[in-house]
Design a protein. Structure first.
Length: 396
């Protein structure tokens, strides 16, 4: 795995050395902006559930291969010329015998909040994948209740403080929250959560860009309300974060209808309804001889939601927050198996979150209308993973 990562880094360096572009009109050429950023990261693995194995601080070695955008794409200026990259990392989770190591690849974006002289403050978001070499195993590794599958989602949220020390090098430090989850696809799935700090050094292969290419024209973005339809398929194991282990994987059929509106070049807002049909709920009701006259209806949930979508060419990142308006079986099950008076259990009956990434068939420069997309999402109930899904949709 490490050798494969090194090969990938070498290929990226060779390709990046040849990249350049012409600035629009009569503007002078903007320097090529490929950078390579090795960094070291550390932080505690949080114990958010009882009976988790002992561990020390997690320590990561990472390389972020990135690009400082300078205005070639329409969304660069709208996002204040962010840095985009692919992060490759290896993490020791503080207990090699039980937790092993994690290997990751995470596409990421750094949004510039402040730029003053040689100093920059950036907000960072990354969504990708982690691979664990010692997940839970009933026979060989029963202590690892954090993660029950080899492949998980990895999400990074944080802030970086950068300071230029020469025309080619920038010191980078920051704080971030790392979260790993398989979307309740395989139990146990307590999830790995690491508040972390890092120190790194960015090397700009052709020097730090001296300026950015700003547009003199206002792009005619359509700001009409659009009607959207989405259908999706999710999968999960039915149960709490750590049990029952080894159960069947149930499909969740879901769809949405919602309105969307562009607020600018890169921002799209949503409001509408999600409908989910849980086959796991149906089997639970059938096994317990409950609601035999209306099992299909009781296996559904309805969520009213609002969301924000950040558009970048054909890609977008979406986050949505919702409130259950119909959720009878989840409430009934958790009222039996848990303390319904606890705030966390109460919140999971009402609050829903969904985030993910979409890929559009066409560029989203002017509108998302008649532009089909394919998306990958993770859904949770008040922070506890519910299911992972793949979906398609279109605006009209």
């Amino acid at each position: 795995m490490i050798i494969s990562h090194l090969k990938f880094v070498v290929v990226m360096i060779v390709l990046g050395a040849a990249l350049h572009f012409e600035a629009a009109g009569q503007q002078e050429r903007v320097k090529s902006a490929l950078f390579i950023e090795p960094k070291i990261r550390t932080g505690p693995v949080l114990d958010i559930y009882p009976n988790l194995p002992e561990h020390d601080l997690a320590i990561s070695g990472e390389v972020n291969i990135g690009w400082q955008t300078t205005g070639k794409q329409y969304w660069n200026e709208g996002l204040k010329f962010p840095q985009v990259g692919i992060l490759l990392g290896v993490t020791n989770l503080g207990n090699p015998a039980v937790l092993g190591q994690e290997f990751s690849i995470v596409p990421n974006l750094a949004y510039r909040f402040v730029r003053s002289g040689k100093f920059e403050l950036l907000g960072v978001v990354g969504i990708g994948f982690g691979w664990f070499n010692k997940p839970y195993d009933r026979l060989t590794n029963p202590e690892n209740l954090f993660i029950g599958s080899k492949v998980t989602n990895k999400t990074i949220l944080g802030f970086n403080a950068d300071y230029s020390i020469s025309d080619f090098f920038t010191l980078s430090s920051g704080v971030a929250y790392l979260h790993y989850s398989n979307g309740h696809n395989q139990l146990p799935n307590v999830g790995v959560n690491i508040p972390s700090i890092h120190l790194g050094l960015k090397y700009f292969v052709h020097g730090i860009p001296e300026h950015y290419q700003e547009s003199d024209t206002v792009r005619p973005v359509s700001k009409k309300w659009l009607f959207n339809v989405r259908i999706g398929l999710g999968v999960h194991e039915f149960g709490d974060p750590v049990k029952p282990v080894g159960g069947p994987k149930y499909p969740i059929y879901n769809g949405s209808v919602y309105l969307s509106k562009r607020l600018g070049t890169i921002l799209n807002v949503h409001a509408g309804l999600h409908l989910n049909y849980y086959t796991s709920f149906y089997d639970y009701l059938q096994f317990h001889n409950m609601h035999d006259q209306d099992r299909h209806g009781k296996s559904m949930t309805v969520i009213g939601f609002g969301g924000i979508e950040f558009l970048m060419g054909r890609f977008s990142f979406t986050t949505q927050m919702g409130l259950y308006v119909y959720n009878p079986t989840y409430k009934e099950i958790h009222g039996i198996n848990n303390d319904p008076g606890k705030f966390k259990e109460k919140a999971k009956q009402y609050l829903s979150y969904k985030f993910g990434a979409q890929y559009y068939l066409l560029k989203t420069m002017y509108t998302t209308r008649f532009n089909p997309w394919l998306g990958i999402f993770l859904k949770s109930n008040a922070g506890q993973a519910d299911f992972a899904e793949i979906s398609i949709g279109c605006a009209f």
